[in-house]
Design a protein around this ligand. Sequence first.
Ligand SMILES: NC(=O)c1ccc[n+]([C@@H]2O[C@H](COP(=O)([O-])OP(=O)(O)OC[C@H]3O[C@@H](n4cnc5c(N)ncnc54)[C@H](OP(=O)(O)O)[C@@H]3O)[C@@H](O)[C@H]2O)c1
Length: 282
Amino acid sequence: MQRSVALVTGASSGFGLLTVVELAKAGYHVIATMRDSRKQGALLTLAAKQQVSEQIEVWSLDVTNRTEIIEVSAKLTETYQRLDLLIHNAGISIGGFNEEISEQDWRRSMETNFFGVVFLTQALLPLMRQQQSGKIINVSSVGGRIAFPGYGPYSASKFALEGFSESLRLELSLYGIDVILVEPGAYQTDIWAKGFTHIEDTSSTHSSYQQPMKQVLSVGKRLTKHAGQPMDVAKKIVNIAAKRKPRLRYAMGRGSTLAVMAKGLLPWRWLEALIKWQLRKK
Ligand SMILES: NC(=O)c1ccc[n+]([C@@H]2O[C@H](COP(=O)([O-])OP(=O)(O)OC[C@H]3O[C@@H](n4cnc5c(N)ncnc54)[C@H](OP(=O)(O)O)[C@@H]3O)[C@@H](O)[C@H]2O)c1
């Protein structure tokens, strides 16, 4: 019997890398895509250790590159004629204060975290609709439900992803395809360090936001110290993929379920006061 086929974006590190291996362990044949295939070493080492190398293929895909998206879609259709699970995981975290973030950084954030998902989905949907089954799991964030200062582009891109996913889920339910959002809080992957470095590099001594930026960075660093293990997210994704009737949203991680609940229940003023209090805390 043919194995179920899964495709994961951003598989060179973090959640993506671990999810590929966990899916292979669960019996999937996995297309692990990454924008720089020279970074496949860590994935291949773990796959070999877990004895699932034969179930994993590494393909090049920069999700901001429309030509590569079309090539991947054509190759997948030609090789496997099916796609059972599509995991949009690739993402970047661009921080800084909204006024001072460059146009290039705003666009890069939307191109990667939002348009990458939209256009890859469009390219692969004909295949999934034809088979009348499958799941699309979009890795969003608690930052896609609540926006924090210092992370405008990140939250804007994940809020957009949330809206897109709500709409897509309603459209695709007619074709037996489930759309699901995974919304992690803080987990120990490289994304934070990359984001912090970016903030530190771009908040020059001329910035008008030096003091609030220091507060944002210190909260971020405090959060990452107590952040969860990325393997929990990878395992959760595999668990969701096996569900017959998955929900739209799965918030997970320290404090994020609570934060999302608080947003639904508390008056907006109270929520703002809570966030501001967090920022002032030493
Ligand atoms: N870690 C957390 O606390 C957390 C919390 C909430 C949500 N998330 C979300 O989880 C997802 C995975 O992030 P992570 O935490 O695992 O961080 P990560 O280790 O930095 O992984 C991000 C992955 O996305 C890839 N990527 C970036 N731009 C890309 C592009 N244009 N095309 C293809 N791949 C690209 C990166 O590739 P390179 O190696 O080439 O950069 C990397 O493989 C992201 O969507 C992120 O927003 C993470």
